[in-house]
Design a protein around this ligand. Structure first.
Ligand code: SF4
Length: 723
C-alpha cells in the first residue's frame, strides 16, 4: 500500500479506522485495511467496508448536468450553479419554505454543518431534513423524552462487560459486522447470552442463544408484556427507580396484562418470562430499524429504555443502545441543525435560537421555530404545499421514500437539484446534477454511533469536474447569502461548529484536527483538550439526567395495532431488511442486475397455503411438482420457488423472484431495502412524534404471474379493497 492515509470507514456507523492507499496515477484507492492505531477497532475491519471503499459498484458522476428540452445534458459548473442560484432565489422570494433541502448521514460533519447553516440560517426554510430521519429519528425522540438529551448512554467499552445482550429489531451480523463480533465474543463468555428479538430468523438470530419472533409491528406489545411481568415478579430496581426516575406510576397504570400483550405479539408467556430472567443480569438492549421504522417507533424505543430503567440496567455494562446505520448519522444529529441546533441545542428554545443567530450573523426571525415535517412531509409539500425547489445532497428520495411512485411523481413537479457521487434513481428526475466527492476523496470528520469523532481523509485526488460537498454547499451559499461562510476549509468549519457546542450536552469544543491527528478519535462530550466522554449521566457517581428534574422519565406508550392490517385482499404482511452487501438504496452496491426482479423471501407454508386457496377457488392450475410456468398462455400458474410472482400493496405492484425460506415466518413476505422497487409497496404512514416512516409492516398480496402479462400490468388491473 502506497503512503497509507489514516481515515474512517464511511460504510457504517461502527466507525472503524482504515488505512487507505493512494494509486500511483489517476484517481482511486489502492488498498484498504483496518488501522491498528485507531481506538475504535484496533485494526479490525469487515470485507464489506473494505470492498465498498476501494471499489464501489455504483455508476460515478463525473460532470455537472442540466435538463434541457427534457434531457439531462453535460454542462459546466458555472452554468449549473447559475441555474441553481436563479431558481432557488425565485423560490425563496416567494416563500422561504418554498425551498426544500434534504441532507444525509453520508456527509462529513463539516458538510452537514454547512448545509444546515445554509438551509436554516441562510434560506430560513422549515423544509430541511435528512435521510437519517428515515432511520434514527424515533430513537432520537425517545432518548430526548427519557433523558432530556439524544444519543445512547453506553459505549463500545460496555459491550464486553454486559452479561445479557438483547438485540431487538436489528441485524448487526449483517449491518455492523465488527460490532457484532464484539457482541458475540462477549455473549459466549461464561454465563453470558445473546437474545435476538426479530420476526425473521436473521443471521444475528441464528447466532443467538434464543430467538424471540414477535408478529411484525408488535414490538411495543412485547416490550410492555415484559415490563408488566417484571413488575408482577417484583424484579423492579426500586432503589434506582426511586432515586433517578419519574413517571413510573403513570407507566404502571397504562401497562397491559402480560398474557394478553404476549398474545398480541404472538409469543408465549414462557418467552416473556425468559426475557424477564435475562434482564436480571447486566444487560445491553440494542435496537435498530425494526423498532425505529414504525408508526409507533418512538413509543417502542421508549419502551425498551423503560425496560432498562425499571430493571436498573443503567450504568457500565448495561443500558439502551440504539444501533445507528449510516456512517455519520450521529454527526447529522449533532451538527446539521436538522432536528436540533448544533450541539443538540433545543430547536424550540428562544434563547438557543438567539445564540445560533448571533453566531451565524443572521436575523433570529429568519430561523424557523420548528424543525419541519420530516422527509415524507417535505415531499408531500411539493404540490400540496409551498415547496417549489428541492436540493437533495447524498440522498436518494426517489427510491428511499415509502410509496416511491407517488414520491417520484411529486419530485418531477419541482425544480430538483441532486448532488451525489453516483448516478441514482433521483438523478434521473433531476433538473441539475452536481458530481460530488465521496469518501476516499473528502476531507473532514465523522461521528460513530458511540459518539466518537474521527477524521475522514482523502487518499485520492478529485477527478477534474468533481467537487467536494463542502465546496459545493459553500459556493451556493456564498452566491445566495453573501458572508454566511467566512470559513470554507474543513478544519475551519469544524472549529466553528465545535465552538458552538461549548457547554452543551454534545460538547465537542475540546476536539480539534490537531487532537484527532494525535489520538485518531475522541468521544464527546469533550469540553477540554484532555477530556473525552464515557458512559453518560453518572460521570460523578450520581445520576444526573438532562431533564428539568434531573431524573430519567418513563414513557407510557401502548400498542395501538399495526397501521395497515392484513385482510382478504392483502392477506400477507410485508417486512423489509438488509442484505449483507447491500448499501442503503443500493447505489454503491448494485451489481448490474438492478433491472432483475427483487428477491422476495417467503415461508414454504405461505406458498402452499396461497396455492391451495387459489386451487380451491378454481383460480389456479398448480403446476406439477411445484414447477411454475407450465400453464397455458393467459392462465395463471402457481407460485413457485425461483419463479417470478407479482407482489402488490395498495400503493403499487412489483415483480418478485420467490425464494422459499423457513427463516421468514408464515404469512410474511421479506424484501431487501436496497432495491428501489421495494418502496413501491411500503406505507407512507409516519410516527407522529419522530416523522419516521413505518417501513417494516404493510399488507400485501402475492400472486402468480399470468403468462405473457407483465407483473406490474397484471397487478395494476387487480381490484383493490378501495375500488
Ligand atoms: S464494521 Fe462498518 S465501519 Fe467497520 S469496516 Fe465494516 S463497514 Fe466499515
Amino acid at each position: 500500500m502506497n503512503d497509507p492515509v489514516p481515515t474512517t470507514c464511511m460504510r457504517c456507523a461502527v466507525g472503524c479506522g482504515h488505512l487507505t492507499g493512494r494509486v500511483d496515477s489517476g484517481y482511486g484507492i489502492d488498498g484498504v485495511r483496518g488501522d491498528v492505531a485507531h481506538p475504535t477497532n484496533r485494526g479490525l475491519a469487515c470485507s464489506r467496508g473494505i470492498d465498498e471503499t476501494q471499489n464501489p459498484d455504483g455508476e460515478w458522476l463525473t460532470r455537472p448536468h442540466v435538463r434541457q428540452e427534457g434531457e439531462l445534458r453535460r454542462t459546466t459548473w458555472d452554468v449549473a450553479l447559475s441555474r441553481i442560484v436563479d431558481e432557488f432565489s425565485d423560490a425563496l422570494d416567494r416563500n422561504r419554505d418554498g425551498l426544500a433541502v434534504l441532507g444525509s448521514g453520508q456527509q462529513t460533519n463539516e458538510a452537514a454543518y454547512a448545509l444546515g447553516k445554509l438551509a436554516r440560517g441562510g434560506f430560513g426554510t422549515r423544509h430541511y431534513d435528512a435521510n437519517t430521519t428515515l432511520c434514527m429519528a424515533s430513537a432520537v425522540t425517545a432518548y430526548n423524552d427519557a433523558f432530556g438529551s439524544d444519543a445512547p448512554p453506553p459505549t463500545y467499552d460496555d459491550v464486553e462487560d454486559a452479561t445479557t445482550h438483547v438485540v431487538w429489531g436489528a441485524n448487526p451480523a449483517v449491518a455492523h459486522p465488527v460490532l457484532f463480533r464484539w457482541i458475540v465474543e462477549s455473549a459466549t463468555d461464561g454465563e453470558s447470552r445473546l437474545i435476538v428479538v426479530d420476526p425473521v430468523e436473521t443471521k444475528t438470530a441464528k447466532a443467538g442463544d434464543r430467538h424471540v419472533a414477535p408478529e411484525p409491528g408488535t414490538d411495543l406489545a412485547l416490550a410492555r408484556a415484559v415490563l408488566a411481568r417484571v413488575i408482577e415478579r417484583g424484579e423492579v430496581d426500586e432503589a434506582f427507580v426511586e432515586e433517578a426516575t419519574t413517571g413510573f406510576g403513570a407507566l404502571r397504570a397504562e401497562l397491559p396484562d402480560p398474557e394478553s400483550a404476549a398474545a398480541t405479539a404472538g409469543v408465549s408467556l414462557a418467552t416473556v418470562e425468559a426475557l424477564v430472567d435475562a434482564l436480571r443480569d447486566p444487560t445491553l438492549v440494542y435496537w435498530g430499524m425494526g423498532v425505529n421504522q414504525s408508526a409507533q417507533g418512538t413509543d417502542t424505543a421508549g419502551a425498551l429504555i423503560d425496560l432498562c430503567l425499571a430493571t436498573g440496567n443503567m450504568g457500565p455494562g448495561s443500558g439502551p443502545f440504539s444501533l445507528t446505520g449510516q456512517a455519520n448519522s450521529m454527526g447529522t444529529r449533532v451538527c446539521s441543525s436538522k432536528g436540533s441546533w448544533p450541539g443538540m441545542r433545543s430547536f424550540e428554545d428562544p434563547a438557543e435560537r438567539r445564540t445560533i443567530a448571533e453566531a451565524w450573523g443572521v436575523p433570529v426571525e429568519r430561523l424557523p421555530d420548528d424543525p419541519g415535517p420530516g422527509p415524507v412531509g417535505i415531499c408531500e409539500a411539493i404540490g400540496d404545499g409551498p415547496v417549489e425547489a428541492l436540493w437533495a445532497v447524498a440522498t436518494n428520495p426517489a427510491a428511499g421514500l415509502p410509496d416511491a411512485s407517488a414520491a417520484r411523481e411529486r419530485l418531477r413537479e419541482t425544480f430538483l437539484v441532486v448532488q451525489d457521487a453516483f448516478h441514482t434513481d433521483t438523478t434521473e428526475l433531476a433538473d441539475v446534477v452536481l458530481p460530488a466527492a465521496t469518501w476516499g476523496e473528502s476531507d473532514g470528520t465523522a461521528m460513530n454511533m458511540e459518539r466518537r469523532i474521527s477524521r475522514v481523509r482523502p487518499a485520492s485526488d478529485l477527478a477534474p469536474a468533481v467537487r467536494t460537498d463542502l465546496d459545493i454547499i459553500t459556493s451556493i451559499g456564498e452566491a445566495l447569502v453573501p458572508g454566511l461562510f467566512p470559513a470554507t476549509e474543513p478544519e475551519a468549519v469544524f472549529d466553528e461548529f465545535a465552538a458552538l457546542t461549548a457547554g452543551t450536552d454534545a460538547d465537542c469544543s475540546g476536539v480539534s484536527y490537531d487532537r484527532l491527528r494525535e489520538e485518531r478519535a475522541v468521544r464527546w462530550p469533550a469540553p477540554s483538550a484532555k477530556s473525552a466522554g464515557g458512559y453518560r449521566y453518572h460521570d460523578d457517581g450520581d445520576w444526573s439526567f438532562r431533564t428539568p428534574s434531573g431524573r430519567a422519565r418513563f414513557s407510557t406508550g401502548t400498542h395501538a395495532g399495526v397501521p395497515e392490517p392484513t385482510d382478504e385482499s392483502y392477506p400477507l404482511t410485508l417486512t423489509t431488511g438488509r442484505e449483507s452487501d447491500g448499501y442503503n438504496t443500493g447505489i454503491r452496491s448494485r451489481d448490474g442486475d438492478a433491472a432483475s426482479a427483487v428477491v422476495a423471501r417467503v415461508n414454504p407454508d405461505t406458498v402452499e397455503r396461497l396455492n391451495g386457496e387459489a386451487e380451491s377457488a378454481g383460480e389456479a392450475s398448480p403446476a406439477d411438482e411445484g414447477e411454475a410456468g407450465e400453464a397455458e398462455t393467459g392462465e395463471k400458474a402457481a407460485i413457485a420457488a425461483d419463479e417470478t410472482a407479482c407482489l402488490t400493496s395498495r400503493r403499487g405492484s412489483i415483480p418478485v423472484r420467490v425464494t422459499v425460506d423457513t427463516a421468514v415466518p408464515a404469512g410474511t413476505v421479506w424484501l431487501p431495502i436496497h432495491r428501489g422497487a421495494t418502496n413501491e409497496l411500503t406505507l407512507p404512514v409516519t410516527d407522529p412524534r419522530s416523522d419516521e416512516p413505518n417501513y417494516k409492516q404493510c399488507a400485501v398480496a402475492l400472486e402468480p404471474t399470468t403468462d405473457g402479462v407483465a407483473a406490474e400490468e397484471q397487478a395494476r388491473t387487480k381490484p383493490t379493497a378501495d375500488d
